[in-house]
Design a protein around this ligand. Structure first.
Ligand code: ASP
Ligand code: MG
Length: 407
């Protein structure tokens, strides 16, 4: 028994029937005596539909109005879920993000949570009610409604769990947890019982998108255990938590393989090798909100170097345009780009300072006849850029090479 924050994603509340099914799950927990705060996403693809509508009436909807519009999606689902709960005898109250005390800055569309005042939720809990909160939204000091960025309901849930000092935050979604690899690619992939925040962040940043990274980061900072499980089955999920020491003892030091085909590659050839060049190239991209990943600069030959990096495919055209401009200014030779590459990564905090992981990875890819175009590493991750058409094969080969099916 304890205070639990749960979050149900859009597919879990996609229609009236599913909302009722979620209500029954909540009722069971409520009857066990837990105090429950339930955060919901908008029903199904409501948010996408609202965005489309906005663009049908305006070529450039105002950010403030767009956020107010999008916030209605979660208001619909939280009110319906509260009604469904009451209909089966569970006292419940629906709250918007603002009513739940979520204060944000005024960056519409990607607002940051500045403070959470949990007093209203706490008083509802004391009355024995389930608090059902609209995810993905907050309010500024000027009383304007903001949204937290796509997928932001996870962040709402973890922020509330932190502010309420909840026992844990449970994220219910359409997958059963975190796997050693995408089960659609590797049928023998194994569901992990636990994973550390850091490993989860690395897996997610490299393509394993199960929940919002900001939420995992927040959970890490405030030490909120996050449990990811399916809202459609009773199967046990994965706990994202602190795992100091423990993972070093694990026999298998690679916890998972991530892959990502959303990769646009840009290479600038013949870049003059002098101070300030990298800043000149990456500053405008940063200012345009384009996030850059996997940057590799070659050793220079005769004071000229090549620079390669990747961006999301959606940002590729804009990035190429901007880079061409800078390349001309700094006198680089040419700008090349393609979108036929993919990333495959091995992740595990046990890899840290243990030699041999890179060698095993490269050998497995070599034996599968897969060429590595580029390699980057973090302390707990090794990523290779390979031909997108070979990526599933690569994931399977690595899963085998690291014996991840055995656990
Ligand atoms: N409804 C919002 C979205 O689709 C927030 C969320 O689902 O977490 O992005
Ligand atoms: Mg959604």
């Amino acid at each position: 028994m304890g205070l639990i924050v749960q979050k149900y994603g859009g597919t879990s509340v996609a229609d009236a029937q599913r909302i009722q099914a979620v209500a029954h799950r909540i009722a069971q927990r409520y009857q066990q005596g837990d105090q429950l705060v339930v955060v919901v996403s908008a029903m199904g693809n409501t948010t996408d539909r609202l965005i489309q509508l906005a663009y049908q009436v305006s070529p450039e909807p105002e950010a403030r109005e767009l956020d107010l519009l999008l916030s209605t999606g979660e208001v619909v689902s939280c009110t319906l879920l509260a009604m469904a709960l009451r209909a089966i005898g569970v006292p419940a109250v629906a709250l918007t993000g603002a009513q739940a005390g979520i204060g944000t800055d005024a960056r519409y569309g990607r607002a940051r949570i500045l403070r959470v005042d949990p007093s209203r939720i706490l008083s509802h809990l004391r009355e024995g009610k389930v608090a059902v909160v609209a995810g993905f939204q907050g309010i500024t000091e000027e009383m304007d409604i903001t949204t937290l960025g796509r997928g932001g309901s996870d962040t709402t849930a973890v922020a509330l769990a932190a502010a309420l000092k909840a026992q844990r935050c449970e994220i219910y979604t359409d997958v059963e947890g975190i796997y050693t690899a995408d089960p659609r690619v590797v049928p023998e992939a194994r569901k992990l019982e636990r994973i550390s925040y850091e490993e989860m962040l690395e897996l997610a940043s490299q393509g394993a998108r199960v929940m919002h990274n900001r939420a995992v980061e927040l959970g890490w900072v405030y030490k909120v255990p996050i449990y990811v499980a399916s809202s459609f089955t009773e199967a046990p999920g994965t706990l994202i938590c602190l795992q100091e020491g423990e993972s070093m003892e694990q026999r298998n030091k690679v916890v998972g393989i991530a892959h990502d085909t959303d990769v646009g590659r840009i290479t600038i050839r013949g870049v003059p090798d002098r101070p300030g060049i990298a800043a000149a190239i990456f500053t405008p991209l940063a200012e345009a909100g384009i996030s850059v990943d996997t940057i590799v600069q070659n050793a220079s030959v005769e004071r000229l170097t090549d620079l390669t990096f990747t961006v999301a495919k959606a940002d590729l055209r804009k990035a190429v345009e901007m880079v061409r401009h800078v390349a001309q200014e700094i006198g680089a030779k040419e700008v090349l780009w393609d979108d036929v590459m993919a990333k495959v990564s091995i992740v595990g905090s046990g890899m840290q300072s243990v030699p041999g992981y890179a060698a095993t990875m490269f050998r497995a890819l070599y034996q599968a006849g897969i060429n590595i175009e580029l390699i980057t590493t973090s302390e707990i991750r090794i990523t290779c850029l390979i031909d997108a058409s070979r990526v599933e094969e690569a994931v399977r080969a690595l899963h085998r090479a690291f014996q991840l099916e055995e656990g």
